[in-house]
Design a protein around this ligand. Structure first.
Ligand SMILES: [Ca+2]
Ligand SMILES: [Ca+2]
Length: 262
């Protein structure tokens, strides 16, 4: 009965592969679960506005950087895993020399994913220097994004790595859509109007102007689902926590909290 024998072997191989796949997935989640009984202790068991409030208290305990100190911090948080002399540019996705930081064409500069005009917080120590939403980006691409809200659609951004834009919105390349969503939602929880800066909140608009809001929330939630945290995003959360601000982005550790709060 050779036919049956071969089928049995095939099934066994599939079962072995499945058995390997499950522990691997669990292992990926374990580094952040390590913080549940310590860092996130006061958020445990909470949902909705209670969870948001508990997380606000937890992540507001942080070291704050000067805007000048952000340059060197980004060289560490966004270092190219394949080349320690370079950083990875958020929207472009390309690797560029750390030493090419500046304001000229061909340089990279400090992109505020929560555009600083939305709430007018500028670059004073506070939301404008918070590493959890600051990323290296090509000077020209950064300028194309400007202070636009996030939404799907538009035409290709030159050197934007697949990012799109139209007159009132910007769509990042697929690989960082979730990163962008989780950075925006971190800002919403961290800044609640109680430390001399505006209460930052997402909404479902693309014409927010200087209001302390960023859209579109429904699109950001979708992006967070479609692009879960990867090793690069988790690593930068770790570097910010260990070395610089000593606070964490809860949505990188627990992406399911996005749906619980919003
Ligand atoms: Ca990603
Ligand atoms: Ca807020």
């Amino acid at each position: 009965m050779p036919g049956i024998h071969i089928r049995t072997v095939a099934l066994t191989t599939a079962a072995v592969l499945a058995a390997f796949a499950l522990p691997a997935a669990t292992a990926t989640a374990s580094p952040t679960a390590a913080y549940d009984d310590t860092y996130y202790q006061d958020a445990e068991g909470k949902t909705g506005t209670e969870l948001k409030s508990a997380l606000h208290t937890i992540i507001s305990d942080q070291t704050k950087l000067s805007y000048d100190a952000v340059w060197d911090a980004l060289k560490a948080t966004d270092q190219d895993p394949a080349n320690s002399s370079n950083v990875i540019l958020l929207y472009s996705g390309t690797s560029r020399a750390k030493s090419a930081n500046g304001g000229d064409s061909g340089d990279w500069n400090r992109e505020h994913v929560w555009a600083k005009s939305h709430g007018d917080f500028g670059t004073a120590t506070g939301p404008g220097t918070d590493l959890h939403h600051l990323r290296p980006e090509d000077v020209t691409v950064n300028s194309v994004r400007g202070n636009k809200d996030f939404d799907a659609g538009g035409s290709a951004v030159a050197n934007g790595g697949g990012s799109l834009t139209d007159s009132d919105s910007f769509e990042p390349r697929d690989a960082v859509k979730g990163d962008v969503a989780r950075m925006i939602l971190y800002m919403a929880v961290r800044y609640e109007g109680d430390d001399s800066f505006a209460d930052l909140e997402p909404n479902d608009s693309v014409d927010n102007g200087s209001a302390p809001n960023i859209g579109k929330l429904s699109v950001l939630k979708k992006w967070s689902d479609e692009d879960p945290p990867d090793a690069f995003e988790q690593h930068r959360n770790e570097v910010i926590y260990d070395t610089y601000q000593h606070n964490r982005n809860p949505f990188i550790d627990h992406p399911e909290w996005v749906g619980s709060i919003w």
